[in-house]
Design a protein around this ligand. Structure first.
Ligand code: BJ8
Length: 423
């Protein structure tokens, strides 16, 4: 890793702390991913990406930046990727899935803030995230209370924060707000990059982003097979990598993986035996390297067949209509696409419950695990309501509330094992 030291230093990172983080990340990756049996060959690419996640990928982004390409970081799948790409900028995900510099974090945020928010602050305060440090613009969004209030604090730590307002209902007025915010964001992108957003550039941005989603749809469809040609952990990894990787290369790699998986399905080559209990994971997004719960599930005699999550199907399922012939109609299509996202910050949010039921049926799940981070009210409250809905549908459901620490792993494993045995 040392070949990148100069690069990390130039980004103002804390090399000692960063070494520690990489060591933990590397060990976690070896234990969780490389130890899996019978992985598809196509996962080699993702192994490589992960081994270079703070190295080669940052290097190529910084090289592009020297040629004038801007980097935009985001914490939410509501930030419209099509518009970022139309302005010729790169979009990267900034959510983080590990505790870091928690003592410092708890000096700026209450202890009972969700792990996802705290972790993002820890990566900033600990100076260990090269994505955050290389971003020309950081986009925050007014979603849950925790996020929107914490951006006020983040604004004191960075000089390039842009906050997008988001609606909380699916009314007509709410849609108008989203539209106005996307128009404002498009202008901000033009200003940041100096590139005008045109019909051509929007169509290109839509095409790149849709292709990425379509490749992931292919992967998701292949997970409907029994036996499973790919583990849930590996499929989740592909979703996680989609937030960092160069999109065209990512799309090609996922499609190559899918070619291989198609063969596997035909030949019944699998990672778990046929009739392994099938779990649908649902709830809060899982950012790298938050692999605790999926790892527990897949080492407890079950396989994860889908993720109802922003790092998963909630974030990827809808495509943007590219048939419009002017900027206005393409922008409308983008708004339509994002307005369908059924995040738990919306009220009411019945679509999400319907989607979970639909996914459970489509993926032939034997049970659903509702995963919510501690202190995440939107997903915790929805999980309670979902219990009765799932009961009505005859779908067994387990509710898990946890954080990023390994402390409850044993206890979680006991509960997950009992659930798997029951379904
Ligand atoms: S569209 S899910 S990415 S807001 S876990 S920070 S909700 S307290 S992440 Fe999200 Fe956008 Fe919605 Fe998706 Fe708050 Fe809960 Fe923490 Fe959360």
């Amino acid at each position: 890793a040392s070949e990148y030291e100069g690069m990390w230093k130039s980004l103002g990172m804390d090399l000692g702390a960063h070494d520690q983080l990489l060591a933990v990340l590397g060990q976690g990756y070896t234990d969780v991913f490389l130890s899996q049996a019978n992985r598809p060959k196509g996962m080699d690419y993702f192994n490589f990406v992960m081994s270079e996640v703070h190295g080669l990928r940052i290097k190529e982004m910084l090289e592009a930046k020297e040629q004038g390409e801007k980097i935009v970081g985001s914490y939410c799948v509501f930030v419209p990727e099509e518009i970022v790409r139309a302005a010729g900028a790169t979009l990267v995900g900034l959510c983080s899935g590990a505790d870091f510099a928690m003592e410092e974090v708890e000096r700026v945020l209450p202890r009972n803030t969700c792990a996802l928010i705290k972790s993002s602050f820890g990566f900033k305060l600990g100076k260990v995230c090269p994505y955050l440090e290389s971003a020309d613009m950081i986009v925050g969004e007014n979603t849950c209370d925790g996020k929107k209030k914490s951006y006020e604090e983040l604004n004191k730590l960075v000089s390039n924060l842009y906050v997008m307002d988001l609606p909380q209902t699916k009314s007509e007025n709410a849609r108008a707000l989203l539209k106005a915010e996307f128009v404002r964001f498009a202008k901000a992108m033009e200003e940041l990059t100096g590139n005008p957003i045109t019909v051509e550039s929007l169509k290109k941005g839509i095409a790149i982003t849709n292709a990425k989603r379509q490749a992931m749809h292919r992967l998701e469809a292949l997970r409907k097979a029994d036996p499973e040609p790919i583990s849930g952990l590996d499929a989740l990894l592909a979703s996680q990598v989609s937030f960092y990787d160069a999109p065209v290369r990512f799309t090609e790699s996922v499609n190559a993986l899918c070619d291989e998986l198609e063969e596997r399905v035909k030949d019944k080559v699998a990672v778990f035996p046929e009739k392994t209990p099938r779990i649908l994971l649902s709830g809060c997004p899982m950012a790298v390297p938050n692999w605790k719960l999926p790892w527990i599930v897949e080492s407890s005699g079950a396989v994860i067949v889908g993720e109802e999550s922003c790092v998963g199907e909630r974030g990827l399922r809808n495509l943007t209509d590219d048939s419009g012939q002017d900027v206005e109609s393409l922008m409308e299509a983008i708004v339509d696409r994002y307005f369908k996202i059924d995040c738990a910050i919306f009220t009411p949010n019945e679509d999400r419950a319907d989607h979970i039921v639909q996914m459970a049926k489509d993926y032939k799940a034997d049970g659903v695990i509702q995963y919510a981070l501690n202190f995440c009210q939107p997903y915790q409250i929805e999980a309670m309501g979902l219990e009765s809905r799932m009961e009505k549908e005859g779908i067994p459901m387990l509710r898990i509330e946890t954080d990023y620490s390994p402390e409850d792993a044993e206890q979680l494993k006991t509960r997950v094992e009992a659930f798997v045995e029951m379904i």
